[in-house]
Write a protein that binds this ligand. Structure first.
Ligand code: T1G
Length: 708
């Protein structure tokens, strides 16, 4: 069995141990090892029952995702056909007990369900998360799970891909017992107790498959939910179809349909994109010149300066991670407002069932409001979240430099300002960096870690590890204007306004991007965030704008009218008291007037061009970010856009999407826009180079890297 699967026997009980760190994935050799062990168990008359367990921290976390490319090209012949191994387990002449700790996910749960019994420790989780990779269970999971848990639970688990804790798995008969104390000992005792008795085969358990009448509403509701919550994705609907087959077809036929649907999903661009995302999010945590073993600074206490929307949200992030946090404001009224907002946010989470009141009370007790710097000397990290003005930030950092203990990290939540200039206000620039949270900070997963020229590797390592502890996706970015996300977003928004000024309606622009898969259209996003935010930044940098180069005008005009968006009841749209948006005919008339005054040619612009203008603007600027070295890799840019800007994960992110379209085509369209709209569309040299050499962004590794 090689060293991936060991077999031991003690007093008539065989124990198969899968040892394939770090997550016991079903890599080549593991299915073979299991099959060989089953053969030996069958052949050994002294063996009365068997246990299968994972070594290390977990049971089996699924198929080896790194093998999918081979599987897709039919090249995985070298590995044993995993589904056939499941049949051998189920038909083993001795009962097999699956012992689960950590995770039993995807193929791991399918493996467990091929066993005759399943036991688990209370902390274990099980699930079929394949849809998050754009595929569906491909080893009978959609056929066995409804036979154990019933159709409704199986449809939910296979279509949504969520993990469930052991207690819930017990409730739904996915596991048979929760083991207190040592798992292996408990599983062996369980095996001894059932040895010699008839063992149930999951594939033959049909009593929970329900009737067509019972299942029809369940399946219809699941399809409706998938179309809403997983808009545009094919895998959830395929998963539902496969589970439905389990209720209508004999087991073997259901397995054949599942396999067909699995291979179709595996071949899809959506699955390739989502598998890219899986690895890109993990790759983003790897900094070439900051090795994994770089010593990090322990963060046990935090402090936040500024209790506004962002500061309050950031304080919640620390409290939710169990890190006590000071929250400072300049005056009592502002502090009270900040605390009131935090309480409202938490109350909303309790109302939605996301948190219990007890959890919220514990977290609130970790947030200590203050008007001074008392206690700041105990903080390991201090995050500044005051008004976005350089002078104020430098003043605050000078104060923090005096109030903080030596070795404390001073972080700014600035979204655009120069981290090096902020650091210059302190005596410790090596401990200064940017921690750019995205609003709402207590919800949005993205955290841009902005590396300053002097920031040390230990501080970078600390920030990256802290991101994970805070439940964030940390991405290291360079210190250019707007860092990476906002720098690129500026071009995306510019094009969305340009196409409105050229004749497209506000709602047509938003619909085009929404239908592309964005969580919200760009203009609606502007109304949500506040049009005045961008307006203030444009005014601050107006002096840098090149004369003769076209700039958006409609957004500024709306702000001059006081139409900042939702917060003023009107922006691109008008809003009722519940902030429901409706198109505003007045805006349509005004935009035509402003465009005429600016002599902007009017024409009909279709959805395809709207999407190309906005998304390729992202891609072209992303190419510049890469070639200038402000992002470590194209995948990091994708991770930023998926976790901070509502880019559809099933398209992989802007850079992956451009690779999927083909960089030659993207480049040709960018050149066409350049001919039409001038130098703002000059192709990035990297895009030109890759298009002309047949390269892709995902294979590009920046040579010189400003953030190394
Ligand atoms: N295959 C290959 N590598 C994997 C892997 C997998 N399934 N899961 C994790 N890794 C790597 C990961 O890239 C990282 O590598 C390291 O392990 C630690 O992971 C047949 C077809 C299990 C909850 O979708 O959700 O089964 O960066 O950092 O935070 O029908 O990993 O160290 O080089 O995420 O403790 C279904 C995917 C597959 C589970 C652990 N299974 N994995 O989280 O560690 S499809 C999944 C996870 C399938 C069947 C179908 C998480 C985790 P590196 P990590 P973690």
């Amino acid at each position: 069995m090689g060293d991936l699967v060991q077999l031991t026997k003690t007093d008539g009980i065989a124990v198969m141990t899968i040892d394939n760190p770090p997550v016991n994935a079903l890599s080549p050799g593991v299915p073979e090892g299991i099959a060989e062990a089953i053969d030996q168990i069958n052949a050994d008359a002294a063996v009365l029952a068997a246990v299968l367990i994972g070594a290390g921290r977990t049971f089996v976390s699924g198929a080896d995702i790194k093998e999918f490319a081979k599987l897709r090209s039919g090249g995985a012949r070298g590995t044993m056909d995993f589904p056939s191994v499941l049949g051998r387990i189920e038909n083993c002449r001795k009962p097999v007990v699956m012992a689960i700790h950590g995770n039993a996910l995807g193929g791991g749960l399918e493996l467990a369900m091929a066993g005759h019994y399943r036991v688990a420790v209370a902390s274990a989780q099980v699930g079929q998360p394949e849809v998050k990779l754009g595929i569906i269970p491909g080893a009978h999971g959609t056929q066995r799970l409804p036979r154990l848990a019933g159709v409704a639970k199986a449809v939910a688990m296979c279509a949504e891909g969520n993990l469930i804790p052991a207690a819930e798995a017990l409730k739904f008969n996915i596991i048979d017992r929760i083991i207190e104390g040592d798992l292996l000992a408990g599983a062996v005792a369980f095996a001894r107790a059932i040895a010699g008795k008839p063992a149930p085969k999951t594939s033959e358990r049909n009593e929970k498959l329900g009737t067509a009448e019972e299942n029809a509403p369940i399946l219809a509701a699941a399809r409706d939910a998938a179309r809403k919550k997983q808009r545009g994705m094919m895998a959830p609907l395929a998963a539902i179809e496969a589970v439905e087959a389990a209720t209508k077809l004999p087991f073997e036929e259901g397995c054949r349909l599942e396999r067909k649907l699995f291979m179709e999903c595996l071949a899809s661009d959506q699955s390739k994109a989502l598998i890219h995302v899986f690895f890109a999010e993990r790759e983003a945590a790897k900094i070439p010149d900051v090795p994994r073993e770089t010593p990090a600074i322990p963060v046990a206490r935090a402090a936040v300066v500024g209790a506004g929307t962002m500061g309050g949200g950031i304080a919640m992030v620390f409290a939710n991670a169990g890190i006590p946090v000071l929250l400072k404001e300049a005056d009592q009224a502002a502090l009270d407002r900040g605390l009131e907002n935090i309480r409202k946010n938490y109350a909303g989470s309790v109302a939605r069932g996301r948190f219990t009141q007890q959890f919220v009370d514990e977290r609130l007790s970790m947030i200590r409001p203050t008007l001074g710097y008392e206690g700041f000397a105990q903080a390991d990290i201090i995050v500044e979240a005051v008004f976005e003005g350089m002078e104020l930030k430098k003043q605050v950092f000078a104060e923090l430099d005096r109030a903080a203990k030596p070795g404390a990290i001073l972080a700014s939540n600035t979204s655009t300002l120069n981290i090096d200039e902020i650091a210059s206000a302190t005596s410790r620039p090596e401990f200064v960096l940017g921690t750019h949270f995205f609003s709402p900070a207590n919800v949005t997963r993205l955290l841009e870690i902005v590396r300053g020229r002097a920031t040390t590797k230990s501080v970078i390592a600390t920030a990256m590890q802290l991101s994970k502890k805070l439940g964030k996706v940390g991405v290291l970015v360079g210190n250019c204007r707007g860092f990476v996300g906002n720098r690129m977003f500026h071009h995306y928004v510019r094009e969305s306004v340009f196409v409105v000024e050229e004749g497209a309606s506000v709602e047509a622009v938003d619909k085009a991007l929404y239908d592309f898969g964005m969580a919200m259209g760009p203009l609606a996003v502007g109304d949500l965030a506040g049009l005045d935010v961008g307006w203030r930044i444009r005014k601050e940098y107006r002096h840098l704008e090149k004369p003769g180069v076209r700039h958006p005008i409609a957004g500024d005009r709306l702000c001059e009218m006081g139409r900042f968006g939702q917060k003023t009841g009107a922006g691109w749209y008008k809003y009722d008291e519940k902030r429901q948006a409706t198109p505003d005919p007045e805006v349509a008339v005004l935009v035509r007037k402003w465009a005429a005054e600016a002599h902007i040619r009017q024409r009909a612009i279709g959805a395809e061009e709207i999407v190309e203008r906005c998304v390729y603007a992202l891609v072209n600027e992303g190419a510049r970010v890469l070639e200038e070295g402000y992002a470590l890799r194209a995948g990091d840019i994708d991770v930023i856009y998926l976790n901070g800007y509502g880019f559809p994960a099933y398209r992989g992110g802007p850079m992956w999407y451009a690779d999927t379209v083909g960089l030659k085509k993207v480049y040709d369209r960018v050149r066409a826009f350049e001919a039409e709209l001038g130098e703002i569309w000059t192709p990035a040299p990297l895009l030109k180079h890759l298009a002309e050499t047949g390269g892709t962004f995902s294979e590009y590794t920046p040579g010189r890297n400003a953030i190394a």
